[in-house]
Design a protein around this ligand. Structure first.
Ligand SMILES: Cc1cc2nc3c(=O)[nH]c(=O)nc-3n(C[C@H](O)[C@H](O)[C@H](O)COP(=O)(O)OP(=O)(O)OC[C@H]3O[C@@H](n4cnc5c(N)ncnc54)[C@H](O)[C@@H]3O)c2cc1C
Length: 291
């Protein structure tokens, strides 16, 4: 199917982009185009105007104390490949490496992924696992929103009309923390059936967890932070019995539904498996027992 005709504007500044977006309901940002263009081709969205933001200086990653700022136009490929970024944000690197295929990773952007808010988007799960704030620029100026409050539903964010996501500041875990991103997809390159992003920080003895952040995808219409599993980990080592208890929590809180591709039951089983594997790997990495 061919997309309907549309205007195309190359924005010269974030302010210009937001002014165009605020003026017209039918205007949409285009960044990497890896979600928007397929949706236009399928007739699922019919923008009257595309506002291309790829000329703006919104890419790159900067460490600011205990935070890392990721520009909206940072490509998945950069998160995956840059040696420097891999050491600062290993969770993002591991997750970015399993997004789609190399073509998608070359074009797709961090800001596009957060704004599109696909329920199984790896980078949404990573952002939620780190915690932090997204920055938005709109007709009324700049504001920032907690990531937990930004991702509000199935392909739904708290961005208002006319707002452009310019980047995010993610909290960096304490040095020596272990992270892991694990997902299951039906075929290589497919969207995940389910997945889990885990950050574990050990106590001084390095035998038990002092803090945990656990996010699961595939069990609801958006990534879910599992506070109960996080609490379960604190003060404990990751053992088989802890993993059984974590799996039971995933099973209990899951709101997955059958869809055209897989059953809800299958998604929940995959989510349980991913959560267990990610917890074990993050723990072993924190203890220096695996890469
Ligand atoms: C074959 C294939 C496989 C894929 N597999 C995966 C996968 O496994 N996991 C995954 O997460 N994604 C996957 N994707 C999607 C891909 O990762 C996209 O790159 C990403 O979701 C969106 O980034 P983008 O820059 O391409 O955004 P675009 O497609 O340009 O935009 C997506 C949406 O976000 C809005 N938007 C973009 N940037 C901004 C911004 N800065 N501010 C406000 N709104 C903005 C657009 O208006 C649009 O509504 C796949 C895509 C394809 C084609």
């Amino acid at each position: 199917m061919l997309p309907r005709p549309f205007d195309f504007v190359r924005a010269g500044s974030a302010g210009e982009a937001s002014a165009i977006l605020a003026e017209s309901d039918g205007a949409k940002v285009i960044a990497g185009g890896q979600s928007l263009v397929p949706m236009m081709s399928l007739g699922l969205v019919t923008p009257t105007c595309l506002v291309d933001i790829t000329g703006l200086e919104l890419d790159g990653v900067e460490v600011l104390g205990g935070l890392v700022r990721i520009g909206a136009l940072t490509r998945h490929r950069e998160l995956e490949r840059s040696a420097e970024l891999r050491s600062v944000l290993p969770l993002a690197a591991e997750a970015a490496a399993v997004i789609g295929n190399p073509r998608v990773r070359n074009r797709g952007t961090f800001g596009g992924s957060l704004s599109h808010a696909d329920p199984t988007a790896e980078l949404c799960a990573v952002a939620l696992a780190h915690g932090g704030r997204v920055s938005l620029e709109g007709p009324e100026g700049e504001r920032s929103v907690e990531i937990e409050d930004f991702l509000i539903g199935y392909f739904e964010t708290a961005a208002r009309q006319g707002e452009l996501l310019t980047g995010a500041e993610l909290a960096l875990p304490s040095p020596g923390s272990g992270t892991a991103f694990v997902e299951i997809a039906e075929r290589d390159g497919d969207f995940a059936t389910a997945g889990a992003a885990v950050i574990l920080t050990l106590d001084e003895g390095r035998e038990r967890c002092a803090a945990a952040r656990v996010v699961v995808i595939g069990i609801d219409g958006l990534p879910v932070r599992l506070a109960e599993v996080e609490e379960l980990c604190v003060g404990e080592a990751v053992t088989d019995s802890l993993l059984d208890a974590a799996a039971a929590i995933v099973e209990r809180v899951a709101m997955a539904e059958d869809d055209a591709f897989v059953s809800a039951r299958h998604r929940v089983r995959c989510a349980r498996a991913c959560t267990g594997r990610a917890l074990r790997i993050a723990f072993e990495r924190a203890r220096g027992e695996r890469q």
